[in-house]
Write a protein that binds this ligand. Structure first.
Ligand code: ADP
Ligand code: MG
Length: 146
């Protein structure tokens, strides 16, 4: 792991929070997401976004426990982009579903709750992102153009 702390996603306009890697981090991430989504006018996405943030920050705490974690969320076109940045350059891995296993569910939950998810690796860490589609009536779903 690189010992240089990664910085968050954005410029000054991006709603983002820097979390110390403590047991409070997931709770602080949930609070941040609730507040940011209320301000963005997307209270309908709060529950999904809180769970996603919780899972991703919990993963960051395990795999990058020594340096701050950043969480950002903002609107991009018809979607919301929720990002968690940590200092581990190792990628998240979708483990095969196993009903008896006690681990390996987090990323499957994230995938189910969002429209699209993935990650980007940098020299000193990575960002794991989840794109949430609006649930309002004027955006009833997502269709891909083939
Ligand atoms: N932020 C992360 N940094 C490095 N590896 C990660 C990160 N998040 C997830 N992983 C990898 O992906 C695997 C699956 O993550 P997840 O589905 O959340 O299950 P679990 O956390 O229970 O192991 C983890 O076991 C780990 O190997
Ligand atoms: Mg996990």
């Amino acid at each position: 792991m690189c010992d240089k702390a990664i910085t968050g996603p954005g410029n000054g306009d991006t709603p983002q929070i820097r979390l110390e890697p403590t047991t409070q981090a997931a709770r602080e991430a949930r609070r941040f997401v609730s507040k940011a989504l209320a301000e963005l006018g997307h209270a309908d996405l709060v529950e999904d976004a809180r769970l996603i943030a919780s899972e991703l920050v919990s993963n960051s705490l395990i795999h990058a426990p020594k340096l701050p974690i950043w969480v950002g969320i903002w609107r991009t076109g018809a979607f919301l982009d929720l990002e968690v940045w940590d200092c581990s350059p190792k990628p998240p891995v979708y483990l095969d579903p196993d009903y008896l296993a006690e681990s390996g569910r987090g990323l499957h939950i994230v995938k189910e709750l969002c429209s699209s998810t993935g990650y980007t690796i940098f020299d000193c860490g990575k960002v794991v992102w989840a794109i949430l589609g609006f649930k309002r009536s004027w955006a009833p779903g997502i269709s891909w153009i083939n």
